[in-house]
Design a binder for this molecule. Sequence first.
Ligand code: SAM
Length: 289
Amino acid sequence: MSPAPDKALAFDGLPPLREVVRTHGLMAMKSLGQNFLFDLNLTGRIARAAGPLEGVTVVEVGPGPGGLTRALLAHGAAQVVAIERDQRCLAALAEIAAHYPGRLTVIEGDALEADVTPYLGKGPARIVANLPYNVATPLLVGWLTASPWPSWWDSLTLMFQREVAERIVAGPSKPKDYGRLAVLAGWRTEASILFDVPGSAFVPPPKVTSSIVRLVPRAAPLPCATRALEVVAQAAFGQRRKMLRQSLKSLGVDPMALLEPAGIAPTARAEEVPVAGFIAMANAYAGLT
Ligand code: SAM
């Protein structure tokens, strides 16, 4: 006789995620950006999108009930270091850790503040996550502006709301989406959208489509002062309809002192300037301040 459907085990010998959520009372909380993935085929596809995982340490932000965590472990990650803010998830994660002895470390805390570097192994490390949408952008900016560079990770494979994903991969040919995030991402990484995930794949389903974005560090990004790049991009895109000779005045320096050395027309608008132009302006700005 086969077991009752909700008692059947998943491919990895652990209970199905719906049962895990029920057993541990993990009702999704909006304040923590909780939209869980229950489909282990989908979490497997995300794990595969991160490339071969043998010998790799994967850092996962927000494992929740552990759907993606399980896929990462089943696809061969040497170890997963998972940072989770919701204490309610810890018991469910402990069951996964027991199933994969020595391969899952759970850090209870805020990923915006946690330092994972003491937990990394000798091999390569990458970040893979279905990010909580309310802290997804500050987390990405933190990873992109890290010092020293190259950072400890060799790729990022991340779920964002589709609209944010488009803002990460945009260039001047997509003026509506091109902004500070694309400049930071384009400076140090090559970013691309791999595939979309419909809202119906999540519990509870968000109103919007999501996308998996992969970011791979550039071998030799143009040298640039990180803070200056952030500040210049913020000033330029903060008033994106204005010409740069006007919008850059908010920096408190003569805009021409940035535009001239960068070879950018004073009448240009932020959305027309490629990443290399922002880097040139940021380097000129850093020399003035
Ligand atoms: N990985 C799970 C999945 O795919 O089903 C859950 C993803 S859910 C979109 C986001 C997860 O991030 C939740 O488990 C939530 O509790 C956690 N979280 C929210 N804010 C966090 C933070 N600042 N630091 C660490 N985890 C956080």
